[in-house]
Write a protein that binds this ligand. Structure first.
Ligand code: SF4
Length: 324
């Protein structure tokens, strides 16, 4: 498993790794302007109309696909269908509720799963998503999917904006039996540049994490190394094991049923690629910054060295937590 190589310091050159997952963001526009979003919304769309080549490449890697918005447009549907036709093993779609039903029933039925972004109770969701009515749109999409026999996941971002009513929000999900996957708002520069306050000190980060641990069972995704650093005294008491599902992270299963997953950025740089609207594959976002084409020859000089340095920083934080 890749995470063993991360733990042993034997990741090797990420440029030579086969990706496990492709995050497809092939639509450059969005009707929302969420406060925590670090994507620009003024990008030109390159009219790629045929996604067969990319779909076949993804299939050859045996990678899964996360179609992560921003909207399911006709072009998005062409891409998703190309992946299904090519035999990509896991195709997952995340939507904000406005466009998921642009997928015909036969396409929906073939997805591995659907996530709908939902960031708290109505008032908080609409504030965080910067649009009145956004909660109702997302929530009715969840209920409609459930009525159709699917089991959609509520995918959330916990922030100082919605933490006040978080327990109330979780109760709604329990009442309607909707599973929850949540990440804490990032301290990435690109988010901070938008004037969004994150959990950027130890006290606020502890409060956020304890809020998540005390509620209903859920998946908590930790990405931010600053958060791990702040939370180290709590994390060192958790039962960390390699995550067996995709093999690219650490997992702690709590007696409450909550699962915490940490995926190191240095590992993601080999295990995950972003497919964009221009038909090209890019390295995953680092600190909210994107734009490094993953094709050989486009990688920056010293790329492997950069990843090695990042790995060292990560191990500096994780070694005491794991008792290494
Ligand atoms: S729905 Fe996604 S892409 Fe659109 S503004 Fe919100 S976070 Fe950004």
């Amino acid at each position: 498993m890749l995470v063993h190589r991360w733990l042993n310091g034997t990741l090797g050159d990420p440029a030579e790794m086969t990706p496990l997952r492709v995050v497809a963001t092939i639509v450059a526009v969005c009707n929302l302007s969420c406060r925590h979003c670090f994507w620009h919304h003024d990008l030109e769309e390159v009219p790629v109309t045929d996604w067969k080549k990319q779909a076949q490449l993804i299939k050859s890697w045996q990678a899964g696909v996360d179609y992560a918005g921003r909207m399911v447009t006709p072009k998005g549907l062409v891409f998703i269908n190309a992946c299904l036709k090519a035999g990509v093993k896991k195709v997952r779609v995340t939507d904000h509720g406005y466009t998921i039903f642009n997928l015909p029933a036969e396409t929906l039925a073939r997805l591995d799963h659907v996530s709908i972004s939902l960031d708290g109770v109505e008032e908080d969701h609409d504030r965080q998503r910067n649009k009145v009515g956004a909660f109702q749109k997302a929530w009715s999409a969840i209920l409609k999917l459930k009525n159709m026999g699917y089991d959609p996941i509520a995918s959330s971002c916990l922030s100082p904006m919605n933490i006040g009513h978080w327990a109330e929000f979780e109760q709604i999900l329990v009442d309607y039996d909707v599973p929850l996957s949540v990440a804490m708002i990032s301290t990435a520069e690109a988010v901070v540049e938008r004037g969004v306050v994150g959990f950027d000190d130890k006290a606020s980060c502890w409060r956020a994490f304890e809020t998540l641990l005390s509620g209903v069972p859920k998946i908590v995704n930790l990405y931010d190394l600053d958060h791990v650093r702040y939370l180290a005294p709590i994390l060192k008491d958790l039962p960390w094991v390699p995550d067996q599902v995709e093999g690219d992270g650490l997992l702690a299963k709590l007696p409450s049923g909550t699962e915490i997953i940490y995926r190191p950025q240095s590992l993601l740089w080999g295990a995950e690629l972003n497919l964009r609207w221009d038909g090209e594959f890019y390295l995953p976002t680092l600190n909210g910054k994107t734009g490094i084409n993953a094709r050989p020859g486009f990688l920056p000089a010293g790329y492997a060295e950069m990843v090695k340095n990042l790995h060292e920083q990560e191990m500096g934080v994780w070694s005491p937590i794991l008792g290494l």
